[in-house]
Design a protein around this ligand. Structure first.
Ligand SMILES: CC(C)(COP(=O)(O)OP(=O)(O)OC[C@H]1O[C@@H](n2cnc3c(N)ncnc32)[C@H](O)[C@@H]1OP(=O)(O)O)[C@@H](O)C(=O)NCCC(=O)NCCS
Length: 219
């Protein structure tokens, strides 16, 4: 089976797909999605996300396989001064174990380093989430520590062990699997149109692009 993975900025038209896959409890076991996932949760999430994306605080992408929505990946908690962000992702259950998250992460890392100019990405995964740890490992993330999760998210994960990972730009040369094709309309593009050149934040001046991984054989 071949996969053809691309990422593009999330849109409100993704809400139905997000709702369908994010409501699956198999995802809730290892990530911070609300459980049970509320009716209309996807539309509210995307609404908030588009505002945060417009403000340059995060960059949230739909993950597509052969053009079909299969998940979300985000550069969250973006600090432009420190040039850091957190990488988070989920893939809809029907599409697991095809290499899709690995490809999507590679594309998001490329976007973070090459288009936004970030220098360091962090990501955390539960130690009992080997698939996510493997996605990070395959993309060159290095484990920098382990710690207990002390958050209060719906009382889930509190006291569980998280592995903290980091990837540095200079340790991650441009990935040969990344291709870019065609401009796409995006929240970031809309933001830059509202601002004059002088006012435009530097990270908005570069036009967000649709990013596509070269097709490859999945297992
Ligand atoms: C984690 C997640 C994103 C992985 O997505 P995916 O598209 O299936 O990931 P990939 O196919 O690219 O890679 C998965 C890797 O984990 C491995 N893997 C999967 N289940 C595993 C298990 N139980 N034990 C060991 N390895 C496992 C796969 O074999 C593969 O590694 P390989 O390429 O070396 O064979 C997906 O399972 C998911 O969305 N989970 C719920 C949300 C979540 O946990 N998000 C991450 C929060 S930190």
């Amino acid at each position: 089976m071949t996969i053809s993975v691309s990422i593009r900025p999330v849109e409100m038209s993704d809400a139905d797909c997000v709702q369908r896959y994010a409501a699956d409890v198999r995802l809730h076991a290892t990530c911070n999605l609300p459980s049970p996932y509320p009716e209309g949760g996807a539309a509210s999430f995307i609404d908030l996300t588009l505002k945060a994306n417009d403000a340059g605080k995060q960059f949230t992408f739909a993950v597509l396989n052969s053009g079909e929505f299969v998940g979300l990946i985000g550069l969250n908690d973006v600090h432009l001064e420190e040039r850091t962000a957190e990488l988070d992702y989920w893939i809809g259950f029907p599409f697991w174990n095809r290499g899709i998250a690995t490809c999507a992460a590679s594309l998001a890392i490329g976007y973070a380093f090459q288009s936004i100019g970030l220098q360091t990405l962090f990501s955390s995964a539960l130690i009992r989430n080997p698939a996510s740890l493997r996605v990070l490992e395959k993309n060159g993330f290095i484990k920098v520590g382990e710690h207990f999760y002390n958050g209060l998210w719906k009382d889930r994960f509190r006291g569980e062990m998280l592995a903290r990972h980091r990837i540095l730009k200079f340790e991650h040369p441009p990935n040969q699997r990344i291709e870019c094709s065609g401009p796409c309309r995006s929240p970031h593009e809309r933001a830059s149109r509202r601002l004059s050149d002088d006012e435009t934040p530097w990270h908005h001046r570069q036009r967000p692009r649709r990013l596509r991984a070269v097709d490859r054989e999945a297992r």
